[in-house]
Write a protein that binds this ligand. Structure first.
Ligand code: AMP
Ligand code: MG
Length: 349
């Protein structure tokens, strides 16, 4: 890297009380086609003007993201969707009414003025109105729709704390807003309304059941739970890339927690020559392993998942066994992220 390309990344704590003054710098950067790390209720995003090819290229560059992996465009209220898409069908209005602002991303045919670099060359665009107060204010004050993928280096677990963004992108972006820990911890649900039938492309906190209640039938894309076959093209390009991967090798141990405990004890014995970690979703205790707690509910587990995966790396753990049992509709989203982190190495008990 050339010396002059190395930026000093500013990390600034901002709350809903003091954001109006403290936003000046971030707004100025965004209006000048620069990029800014921002909190949302799901994970931290790396935001830039969605209409600016220069800002968008800076997002891809900073993350090391493949340019065919499209970005989600964030808006501060429903009416702004009309700037981004060709037409807004009734189905989209119904979803927005029920779930916006919130962790749901809706895909529709894009308006001509949305550049193809933002959509990874697709003729559709992904749109979301986040519920996080700071994110929405930033969008409003900048007067721009903000393209914002997760603010991690491509392939790493998504950031759920400002310090994760700093770890990954220090020296690569000018500014990070520290708005505290993300409430959800996994990325938004992604649904496409651009095809014949509504189709779930990525599960999240808005569940399949909730979507079905609003829309009737919703198809589930194969890539939600299965690895893509070699010659398959992904409906959602992001699904084909390696994701959420800590340096440690991850195995999911899934099922009833008693059986999970028994199996994990065996696995720890077999891997006695390595630094092992266990991510728990129960009161199970383990010897000779570094244990991080994922809480005991889906909600807690989701919120802590990426942060726990990063922590195992920081602690030098080589192999992680992740306890998992799906306990409600949110389980599909957790399973999707965990299976990817584990490269589909799943032990069902
Ligand atoms: P990220 O912002 O890093 O959470 O990733 C955004 C996800 O949304 C990726 O999996 C993308 O592939 C997906 N996505 C964004 N735009 C589209 C689109 N137009 N069509 C299908 N998937 C999309
Ligand atoms: Mg991402």
């Amino acid at each position: 890297i050339k010396e002059e390309l190395i930026l000093n990344t500013e990390l600034v704590k901002i709350t809903t009380e003091d954001c109006d003054e403290k936003f000046n710098k971030a707004v100025e950067l965004l209006q000048n086609e620069e990029v800014v790390g921002m909190p949302t209720e799901t994970v931290y995003g790396l935001a830039g003007n969605a209409f600016s090819p220069l800002a968008v290229s800076r997002i891809f560059e900073a993350k090391g993201r493949p340019t065919d992996n499209p970005l989600i465009v964030h808006i501060s209220e429903f009416s702004e969707i009309y700037n981004l898409v060709k037409t807004v069908p009734e189905t989209a209005k119904k979803l927005a009414e029920k779930f916006w602002p919130g962790p749901l991303t809706i895909i529709l045919p894009k308006a001509d003025k949305v550049p193809f670099c933002t959509t990874g060359n697709l003729d559709t665009v992904a749109v979301r109105c986040p519920s996080h107060e700071i994110a929405r204010k930033l969008i409003k004050l900048s007067g721009l729709p903000l393209a914002a993928p997760s603010a991690n280096l491509s392939g790493k677990p998504s950031p759920t704390k400002a310090k994760h963004v700093f770890e990954d992108l220090n020296g690569r972006i000018p500014f990070i807003i520290d708005g505290g820990d993300c409430k959800e911890g996994v990325e938004s649900t992604v649904i496409t309304l651009a095809g014949e039938k509504p189709r779930l492309l990525r599960p999240g906190n808005v569940t399949l059941k909730e979507l079905t209640e609003v829309l009737g039938e919703v198809e589930v894309d194969d890539a939600v739970l299965n690895p893509l076959k070699n010659n398959e093209t992904a409906a959602s390009p992001g699904m084909k890339y390696k994701h959420y991967s800590p340096d440690a090798e991850v195995f999911v141990v899934e099922g009833d927690m008693k059986a999970v405990k028994k199996k994990t004890d065996e696995l720890l014995k077999e891997n006695g020559d390595k630094v092992c970690g266990v991510l728990t979703m129960s009161e199970n205790a383990y010897d000779s392993a570094i244990i991080l707690s994922g809480g005991t509910t889906n909600k807690q587990y989701a919120k802590l998942l990426f942060s726990n995966l990063r922590e195992f790396d920081r602690l030098g753990v080589e192999v992680v066994f992740a306890e998992f049992e799906s306990r409600d509709g949110y389980g599909l989203a957790i399973r999707n992220r965990l299976y990817k982190a584990a490269a589909h190495k799943v032990i069902k008990v």
